[in-house]
Design a protein around this ligand. Sequence first.
Ligand SMILES: Nc1ncnc2c1ncn2[C@@H]1O[C@H](COP(=O)(O)OP(=O)(O)OP(=O)(O)O)[C@@H](O)[C@H]1O
Ligand SMILES: O=C(O)c1ccc[n+]([C@@H]2O[C@H](COP(=O)([O-])O)[C@@H](O)[C@H]2O)c1
Length: 227
Amino acid sequence: MRSPPQLTGLLGGSFNPAHGGHRRISLFAAQALGLDEVWWLVSPGNPLKPRAGMAPLKARLRSARQQARRAPIVPTAIERQLGTRYTIDTLRSLVRRYPKRRFVWLMGADNLAQFHQWKDWRQIARTMPIAVIARPGYDAAAMTSPAMAWLRRYRVPAASFRKRGQWSAPALVLLRFDPDHRSATAIRRANAGWAEALAGPDRNDDKHDTPLRDRLTFRSIRTEEGA
Ligand SMILES: Nc1ncnc2c1ncn2[C@@H]1O[C@H](COP(=O)(O)OP(=O)(O)OP(=O)(O)O)[C@@H](O)[C@H]1O
Ligand SMILES: O=C(O)c1ccc[n+]([C@@H]2O[C@H](COP(=O)([O-])O)[C@@H](O)[C@H]2O)c1
């Protein structure tokens, strides 16, 4: 009998730095959608964000590894390997590269609010389902956004996602958990030296380009909270 496809959430981000909110929303999304794991795509550079104040990719990836410990979360700098920067290009590449997996794009409500500014955003929605996680301060803007005006007709309840083999795109799932107020901006404001602190010697530095490994599946997602 054929094994069921691995259900994989993709959380793209600057992770400048990664924080407990990333971990928490990933674990909650995994549980709500029945995902086997969540890959964090640590971006070489968000096309819409200024480079100023952006820590080196290596430091951001290191912070992601720290936050992902002992969880079914795989931090990766795969966009650097693929040479992609725009999400549509990354997702097309991943779908080709991992034909046995089913992917869902995860993002916070702040990103839905500006999703219509992303390159080929409707094509992103046609490439894989999207799950949006509520975020304090952004939900109203997200719900009234131009992208939401188009996406709302594809809205499906989270329970549908749990039925394997029924993933089709476009599909939009809105996820609401206890709001998580943490943000990388707040951390940067509170601790201007985080990047330097994380940029010390690391024996795993060359794992930067390690291909994603097929990991054990984690059926029972723990909902523990990170820092
Ligand atoms: N507290 C949160 N609640 C919901 N979504 C979140 C939260 N923190 C981050 N996200 C989502 O995680 C993804 C990666 O976020 P990112 O690395 O930009 O962190 P951030 O805290 O939003 O950073 P910054 O404050 O620098 O914009 C994005 O889709 C973002 O919307
Ligand atoms: O493809 C685009 O046009 C695009 C525009 C803005 C942001 N993104 C992606 O959105 C994800 C979230 O970015 P960020 O900086 O808000 O964490 C990250 O994977 C970015 O590469 C992608």
